[in-house]
Design a protein around this ligand. Structure first.
Ligand code: SF4
Ligand code: FES
Length: 378
């Protein structure tokens, strides 16, 4: 903990709490952003621990609570966790693959006060969906998408895009339309965790990204009164970075299954930082006083070119994890930025990406599937 008199009243409070309630998951998505060493963090917080964390974060000002994982439905106490967070006044969101869901569970979650469900698909056809997820799930996802809608939730679909499914953007949006989706997030892969391991196999070509964007724009126009479509361009084809987490220790508080409090969900890969565990310390101590949360908070830690750049107040110098993975120093400018002396690495990764995959590629170049067995290697 810091003892140098950080003025906590001058610091922002957490607004968005992401509860990664488990790393267990029936799927094995090759682009999962969970840490590759997740097998090291298997001792999960119990129900009472989570209740205390929810209460303490709410007292500090958190208003939105996302249940994520792994697959949060694998927690048998999920309905209790939702009920408590709803009682505390959070706006609650379940981020799920739909595996582990049933019509009864949707009803129970509704009864518990859950506000919002986001269900993910890997692709618009069963074969590719089940291949990318490493398990059979497509038909069940379709049934659960209908069940979610039947219980009065807005239909929120999320599909992670990469070179193996970008060319099917029209089919994905046809599926969303048939499911009467209200919102569709077409989120190009962010290269963290397992996606970083599989980057060469997942990275699309610029042509694929632009073609898919044109398709998304056509559907946006045609369906504008019925369906909101969000198409997020991959970082690697941008010249300015995203304001990752809206700034370190600014609004976002992630809690890993074992209780580690994290300024971003994969921050544990960063060297030299020790993250507080909410099993041992309060949310207040972790957020305001820990070295880890204060390390990249604000602007004083920045190096050039960010340090004297007027954009720093909007983008916070980009992503610390991306800076670390690509340059070896998390305090460097995110190399997505065209002003970074390492921007050539981003350009090279994008330029190296091949065009659309051929039918035999996945057999020829197998990807690393996200599971506990593969995780033990790290
Ligand atoms: Fe943002 Fe830093 Fe690039 Fe300026 S130099 S645009 S602050 S990342
Ligand atoms: Fe860790 Fe951006 S993902 S700071």
């Amino acid at each position: 903990m810091r003892t140098d008199g950080y003025k906590t009243e001058a610091l922002p409070s957490p607004r968005w709490l992401l509860a990664e309630v488990t790393y267990r998951c029936p799927l094995q998505c090759v682009y999962c952003s969970n840490p590759v060493e997740m097998a090291n963090y298997r001792n999960e917080l119990d129900t009472e621990d989570w209740f205390r964390i929810f209460r303490e974060a709410r007292e500090l000002g958190a208003v939105q609570l996302g249940f994520s994982g792994g697959e949060p439905l694998l927690r048998k106490d999920l309905e209790d966790l939702v009920a408590e967070s709803s009682r505390l006044g959070y706006y609650t969101n379940l981020i799920t693959s739909g595996v582990g869901m049933s019509e009864d569970r949707v009803a129970a979650l509704k009864e518990a006060g859950l506000d919002h469900i986001q269900i993910s698909f890997q692709a618009s056809n069963e074969v590719l969906n089940d291949y990318l997820g490493g398990n059979k799930s497509f038909q069940h996802k379709m049934e659960m998408a209908h069940a979610i809608k039947r219980h009065g939730y807005p239909m929120v679909l999320n599909v992670v895009l990469h070179r193996h499914n970008l060319d099917q953007t029209a089919e994905i949006l046809d599926m969303a339309e048939a499911l009467e989706a209200d919102y569709v997030e077409l989120a190009n892969t962010q290269y963290y965790g397992w996606a970083w391991l599989n980057q060469k196999e997942l990275m699309p070509s610029l042509q694929q990204v632009r073609d898919a964007e044109a398709v998304a724009n056509r559907y946006k126009e045609r369906l504008k009164d019925r369906m909101q479509i969000y198409y997020v361009i991959p970082d690697y084809f941008e010249k300015r970075p995203k304001p990752c987490m809206n700034g370190w220790g600014n609004v976002f508080l992630g809690v890993a299954p074992d209780g580690a409090a994290l300024p971003c969900h994969i921050a544990r890969q960063l060297p030299g930082l020790e993250f507080p565990n909410l099993h041992d310390v309060s949310v207040r101590e972790a957020w305001f006083e820990s070295e880890a949360f204060n390390h990249f908070r604000g602007f004083d830690w920045m190096k050039e070119p960010c340090r004297s750049c007027s954009e720093r107040f909007d983008d916070f110098g980009g992503c610390r994890c991306q800076a670390y993975m690509l340059t070896g120093d998390p305090a460097n400018t995110d190399p997505v930025c065209e002003f970074s002396p390492h921007h050539d690495k981003i350009v090279a990764a994008g330029e190296a990406a091949k065009g659309s995959p051929d039918a035999t590629e996945s057999e020829a170049k197998p990807m690393v599937f996200r599971n506990m067995k593969n995780s033990k290697v790290w």
